[in-house]
Write a protein that binds this ligand. Structure first.
Ligand SMILES: Cc1cc2nc3c(=O)[nH]c(=O)nc-3n(C[C@H](O)[C@H](O)[C@H](O)COP(=O)(O)OP(=O)(O)OC[C@H]3O[C@@H](n4cnc5c(N)ncnc54)[C@H](O)[C@@H]3O)c2cc1C
Length: 380
């Protein structure tokens, strides 16, 4: 089905993304996967190409267009190229709204120029060892002391955790006030008491630096509070739909890519004297997957349209997140099967896609939590 989401300027941006990824990211994949982290230089180059902060105002060095389709284009191109470690989706899709919608003019001046050049890599730290799905269970505290907040606690599974220069930290400013005691603090990585832990070893997305972060009496000025004290949980609820849409969009692209490479494989690989694509079972497998990929893409594109109007509902974002990521997982698994033994070999891109995809149904809110959200809106 011809997609109707994009205009000419998005397609032009797609070309820019594609050539940047081909030239600057793809050649370093192996080196970065071995290192478990993408080089900072790549961030600077992405910034110089205008790929960071398209939605940030021009006066801070951003693209000046708050149009989520540009984010989707970059996400799709990264996935299509098999580049899953470069954390631009976290930086652009997840963190931008916090820094553009909640930050004061003074904070924007401090943080956004570096954000757009790539000098300031960002992360967002919600999850803790004892609290992931249940965000209200976080224990990290940020207690007011004069003109400062003193932060203590531990975060884990933080994307861009090793490269991050700036971390949006979810913490309790009032330990006794339940979700009304949660606030967002921005922590620069050179603050005393801020420590990175392990760069966690994962089964996929090997060049993505997913790390533990520790906060031991980290003092930040009160001017690093994002938005209002006690409103952090509400801000998260407001911004999580965009995060989930970003993951769904990447998953739709991931499923489409896996299908494309598998069709190619089924044309070329022969068994019993004919291409394996000629077996009815293979055609049925591919037909079912092609259908699911189309259905998922249409729903994602419609959600993006709703989001452009500011009308993406929490339950529709949750539907897109769980259904499209589960579809992505199913599709890469079935595609791997059609590759036979070669599908199990890491030198085949489908094997890497299988490993890289597995997390899609987990981060950004698990499938189970997404269904809980959808269920809440069913009025039963
Ligand atoms: C690679 C990676 C990158 C990540 N990046 C970030 C990041 O940048 N920042 C960040 O803050 N976090 C990040 N996360 C954390 C991620 O968001 C959490 O792992 C996720 O939300 C699940 O939390 P958990 O791991 O604590 O699992 P748990 O919450 O312990 O869940 C365990 C299981 O129980 C199920 N479960 C829990 N509650 C319910 C319920 N009410 N009903 C039914 N089932 C339930 C879950 O669905 C899951 O299957 C990342 C995780 C990974 C793996």
């Amino acid at each position: 089905m011809r997609r109707e989401l994009f205009e000419e300027e998005h397609e032009a941006f797609r070309e820019t993304c594609r050539s940047f990824i081909t030239k600057e990211l793809v050649p370093h994949q192996e080196e970065w996967e071995a290192a478990g982290v993408v080089s900072k230089d790549a961030w600077l180059k992405a910034g110089a190409q205008g790929l960071l902060g398209t939605a940030v105002e021009e006066r801070f060095g951003g693209g000046g267009v708050d149009d989520f389709r540009f984010n989707v284009v970059l996400d799709e191109e990264l996935i299509a190229a098999g580049v899953t470690g470069f954390g631009a989706p976290v930086h652009n899709d997840i963190n931008v709204p916090y820094l553009t919608k909640l930050a004061t003019e003074e904070q924007k001046r401090r943080w956004l120029p570096g954000f757009c050049t790539g000098e300031t890599v960002t992360a967002i730290a919600m999850t803790e060892p004892e609290a992931g799905s249940d965000l209200q269970g976080i224990r990290t505290t940020a207690l007011r002391d004069g003109d400062e907040y003193v932060i203590n606690g531990q975060k884990t599974f933080i994307s861009n955790g090793i490269n991050a220069d700036l971390v949006i930290v979810v913490a309790r400013t009032d330990p006794d006030a339940g979700h009304e005691g949660i606030s967002l603090l921005v922590v620069e990585s050179d603050r005393d008491g801020f420590q990175r832990g392990r760069n966690l070893e994962k089964i996929g997305q090997k060049s993505q630096d997913t790390a533990e972060l520790f906060f031991n009496d980290v003092r930040v000025p009160a001017a690093n509070l994002l938005g209002e004290e006690g409103q952090g949980f509400i801000y998260l609820m407001q911004n999580l739909p965009q995060e989930r849409l970003s993951i769904a969009a990447a998953s739709a692209a991931g499923a489409a890519k896996a299908l494309e490479m598998t069709k190619e494989y089924c044309r070329e690989r022969t068994a019993f004297g004919r291409p394996i694509g000629k077996f009815q079972n293979t055609r049925f497998e591919l037909a079912e997957m092609a259908t699911e990929v189309e259905v998922g893409q249409v729903f994602v594109d419609r959600c993006v349209r709703e989001h452009l109007k500011g009308e993406l509902s929490i339950d529709n974002a949750a539907m897109a997140k769980w259904w499209v990521t589960e579809m992505n997982k199913r599709v890469v698994d079935r595609c791997l099967q059609l590759h036979g033994g070669y599908g199990y070999m890491l030198e085949y891109p489908i094997a890497k896609a299988f490993l890289d995809t597995r997390v899609q149904t987990i981060y950004g809110g698990t499938t189970e939590i997404m269904k809980e959200i959808v269920g809440r809106y069913l009025d039963i």
